[in-house]
Design a binder for this molecule. Structure first.
Ligand SMILES: Cc1cc2nc3c(=O)[nH]c(=O)nc-3n(C[C@H](O)[C@H](O)[C@H](O)COP(=O)(O)OP(=O)(O)OC[C@H]3O[C@@H](n4cnc5c(N)ncnc54)[C@H](O)[C@@H]3O)c2cc1C
Length: 389
């Protein structure tokens, strides 16, 4: 109720266009809400407090407490710089990509991937709120938008990192939005409420997510390319499951086992979405094979719905975007003609190789040396540590 009271309309109609292939669909049972963090976070905090949590704002974890076997609590610093301690049976690090808890326990990152795209977002007044999620892939740029809270419209672009400078030029963002016809007409007469916000550095990763007396949840333990917009929902999904594991572990005196099981579940649950987000976030034009896959998916409302349902964890991404579908798409392209044969074959080989690599790395993760930090903080150092190129 409080989420709806922000004025964010449920987004039930999806306007999706991928290089001219129309993937639009209406499904009221798969609704999304777009709420800015400054509005969402206080609601989450209030809910936590109402559920019995003690909330300490502007207070940060600066150290851990240990006994000889496990983590037993945290040392915190309040806004006045005073230190104190909190003892706990389990410490959950939900402290984001550059997790302090992760660093303090020495959790290593694995299967790290570098971002190939950058993003910009702006909020507009003057667009009539409506329940449509817009995604248009034109050339190498993704244009994404929807109404959000308080009558605003969010417009964003997700583009090759090489284009970042052009987007950052004065009015560069607005000029690029205007090259997307649906956005040009949506934003006619609308006013941006402030300068656009840009993001160009992040890495995808998994981080060791549990140990004696500790666990890492949300971005602290795992970050994926933001292209499919799954981060918040996944953090909540993991937290719900972790809460069950912790309660059960305490009740049955098997906390260590339950945390380890939860970590295995987290990796299994997140793996496909992680690698799919990585594919979705690659720079450049869409491969003709992928576009042909979309064309076939769009031809049948049932398969189209299954494709949309990927974003809601109802369908596993690689059940839809499977190697079999890719091979069939390549065969159709070759039979139809019009696309250079060499290009089709090369794309199919690339897609198959990546599919093999993601399966292999899911079962045989590549660990980074030492507890890695995000590229935002240590760009050169991180890049030297063998991030996937
Ligand atoms: C460019 C970009 C675009 C994105 N777009 C989307 C999107 O469209 N949809 C989506 O769902 N997700 C998106 N995400 C991902 C999403 O933001 C994250 O997945 C989500 O915020 C994870 O929530 P979290 O609570 O784990 O971490 P965070 O939101 O990072 O929260 C961590 C919290 O921990 C606090 N903290 C940090 N250190 C300490 C400390 N030492 N002591 C105490 N507290 C501490 C921080 O202040 C913060 O409040 C995007 C991410 C990026 C980078």
């Amino acid at each position: 109720e409080r989420l709806l009271a922000t004025g964010a309309p449920p987004l039930t109609e999806f306007q999706l266009l991928v290089d001219g292939v129309d993937l639009a669909q209406y499904h009221p049972d798969l609704a999304m809400l777009n709420i800015r963090r400054r509005v969402l976070d206080p609601i989450l905090l209030d809910n936590a407090a109402a559920a019995g949590a003690d909330v300490a704002l502007r207070t940060r974890v600066v150290g851990l407490l240990h006994d000889e076997r496990r983590v037993t609590g945290v040392r915190i610093e309040d806004p006045e710089g005073r230190h104190s301690e909190i003892r706990a049976r389990v410490v959950i690090g939900a402290d984001g990509r550059n997790s302090t808890i992760g660093r303090l326990v020495g959790a290593r990152r694995y299967n790290v991937t570098a971002n190939e795209r950058a993003g910009a977002v702006g909020y507009y007044e003057g667009v009539e709120p409506h329940g449509v999620f817009h995604l248009y892939i034109l050339g190498s740029t993704y244009f994404i938008g929807s109404s959000c809270d308080n009558g605003l419209f969010m417009a964003s672009a997700y583009y090759n990192k090489a284009d970042h400078r052009r987007f950052r030029e004065p009015n560069g963002f607005e000029e690029r939005l205007a090259t997307c016809p649906p956005f040009a007409s949506l934003l006619k007469g609308a006013t941006m409420t402030g300068p656009p916000v840009f993001a160009s550095r992040w890495q995808g990763f998994f981080r060791e997510a549990a140990g004696p007396g500790w666990a890492l949840v949300g971005d602290a333990g795992h970050f994926k390319d933001p292209a499919p917009g799954q981060g918040i929902a996944d953090a909540v999904r993991q937290a719900e499951r972790l809460a069950e594991s912790v309660c059960y572990g305490i009740d049955t005196h098997s906390l260590g086992d339950q945390l380890a099981r939860w970590w295995r579940w987290r990796d299994h649950d997140a793996a496909e979405m992680y690698w799919w987000a990585r594919e979705y976030g690659r720079a450049g034009l869409q491969s003709p094979v992928i576009v042909e896959m979309f064309r076939r998916l769009a031809a049948n409302p049932r398969t189209l719905r299954a494709a949309h349902a990927v974003a809601f964890h109802e369908t596993r991404p690689f059940r839809i975007f499977s190697p079999v579908r890719a091979s069939a798409a390549a065969a159709r392209l070759l039979a139809r003609g019009g696309t250079p044969r060499g290009k089709v074959v090369a794309d199919l080989v690339t897609l198959s190789t990546r599919d093999f690599q993601r399966r292999w790395r899911t079962h045989r993760p590549i660990y980074e040396e030492g507890p890695g930090r995000d590229a935002q903080e240590e760009p050169e150092q991180v890049l030297q540590r063998g991030v996937e190129s």
